[in-house]
Design a protein around this ligand. Structure first.
Ligand code: REY
Length: 441
């Protein structure tokens, strides 16, 4: 169990608050040590307004609370994280940004061997939230007149796909019918992971793995989540810009938004700076967690290999939804929805979740070995919630972590407090943002 460490800076002012990314601690921070077995850190401060975007300046409205969204249930949010650690996650954390006010909570450990408590500024692997970054880059290329959403992919990548009718829009909305090769790679969780941990794939090798299988739909048919789509998206980015995807994330998103914790290090296996280690849950019950921190994530690349932090993810999603990274038309395209399971829809690299209280939130989840990531914002981008559990392949932890959204956007009305249900995810939730066959029951 993590050592007890509670920090409460709820009344801190900007000048005195502790920044979770490691800036100075001030007089507002109050450290309490005591007798419970569980570590909980709570910090809350008035944060600076979102940074202006330098590459594509857009008018930035002053911070204001999200419109039409109930007050968050902060105690419920903390309880959800605590539950995730009780269910086997070594650590869990969340950061909520609401119209200029930030709250963050961490529970448990970043490193089981060292016993280091999870820090609110710790970096982690964000898995498929990377897809939203890739979609934004492609929508910027559309804005620049270099790409049309309804153009056949093969126009830019001649002969790559077996059907000329597959368009860029089909890729970004998971309606290409391209089979998800990760079904095959990770049918066996731990051995599958170890087989690719240090591998470096070319994009084409990943596409070839997919094309061994029949397609799942005709082009433009029903939504079927597939990493293959966003591998092809990465190929498009590289073909159209002449640069590696990492360069384009950097110059189009990371630098303009001043995201100091966001990195595309593929094929390096290390996460730069202070980070949470990731612990993969094996399929066999009562087996030891596997430290999966070091890996190339080459099996995902532009579909899932970015590293980030809760701070940066909130900044990013808020910027996406406020139209700071694309034209208004580009954002509108991202928010053209296709059905994607009960209470969910998918746009272009963006998921909509319709919560029990009637509020819809927009973002993505991510699952790479050792890391479950959740990054969503209100329609106006004014409230954003990013959360991490440093484990994966656990349907229970995933179901619990999804409840961070109810706490953050539905408030106490959602029944997310200590008495809330601790069930498993519904089938459509289990299949979210991962290859259907890689989902653990
Ligand atoms: C890959 C398997 C899931 C994860 C996937 N991830 O498609 C994308 C994402 C990039 O972020 C692995 N599960 C786990 C298994 C199950 O191996 N047999 O949970 O770590 O959504």
């Amino acid at each position: 169990m993590p050592r007890m460490h509670v920090t409460d800076a709820a009344s801190a002012t900007p000048a005195s608050a502790t920044d979770p990314r490691g800036r100075r601690a001030g007089r507002g921070a109050r450290a309490l040590r005591g007798g419970t077995a569980l570590g909980v850190a709570l910090l809350s401060l008035l944060a600076a307004p979102a940074p202006a975007v330098s590459a594509q300046p857009r008018p930035t409205a002053p911070p204001a609370a999200a419109a039409g969204v109930p007050q968050p249930d902060l105690a419920g949010l903390r309880d959800v994280l605590r539950t995730a650690t009780e269910q086997g996650a070594p650590g869990a954390m969340a950061r909520l940004d609401d119209g200029g006010t930030a709250h963050w909570y961490t529970v448990g450990v970043a490193d089981r061997s060292a016993g280091r408590a999870l820090g609110a500024g710790d970096r982690f692997r964000i898995g498929s939230v990377t897809k939203t970054f890739s979609a934004v880059v492609l929508l910027q290329l559309v804005d620049e007149g270099k790409l049309s959403l309804d153009a056949p992919v093969n126009r830019h990548l001649p002969g790559l796909l077996p059907d000329d009718r597959i368009t860029v829009r089909h890729l970004l909305s998971h309606r290409s019918g391209l089979y998800d090769y990760t079904n095959d790679l990770f049918a066996q969780t731990v051995s599958g992971f170890e087989a690719v941990r240090t591998k470096v794939f070319t994009y084409r090798q990943l596409v070839d793995l997919s094309l061994r299988h029949a397609r799942t739909t005709d082009p433009g048919g029903a939504y079927s989540y597939s990493n293959t789509n966003f591998v092809v998206a990465g190929m498009l980015i590289e073909k159209l810009t002449g640069h590696p995807v990492g360069t384009e994330y950097q110059r189009r998103i990371i630098e303009p938004l001043k995201l100091r914790d966001t990195f595309y290090v593929h094929p390096d296996t290390a996460i730069p700076g202070t980070h949470a280690r990731g612990y993969l849950t094996p399929d066999a019950p009562a087996t030891a967690l596997v430290d999966a921190t070091r890996q190339t994530v080459s099996w995902a690349q532009s579909a899932g290999a970015l590293v980030s932090s809760t701070h940066d993810l909130n900044t990013f999603l808020s910027a996406v939804l406020r139209g700071q990274l694309t034209s208004a038309e580009g954002l509108e395209q991202m928010r053209r929805w296709v059905p994607a399971g009960t209470g969910q829809a998918y746009g272009l690299g963006l998921r909509r979740r319709d919560l029990s209280c009637g509020v819809s939130v927009y973002g993505h989840t991510g699952a790479v070995q050792g890391y479950y990531t959740y990054a969503f914002a209100s329609a106006d981008g004014r409230r954003s919630l990013s959360a991490l559990a440093n484990t994966s392949n656990s349907a229970r932890v995933h179901a619990t972590m999804l409840r961070t959204l109810d706490s953050a956007f539905c408030g106490t009305g959602a029944g997310t407090g200590t008495k809330a249900r601790k069930g498993v995810a519904a089938p459509h939730e289990r299949a979210e943002d991962t290859a259907p066959a890689t989902v653990r029951e």
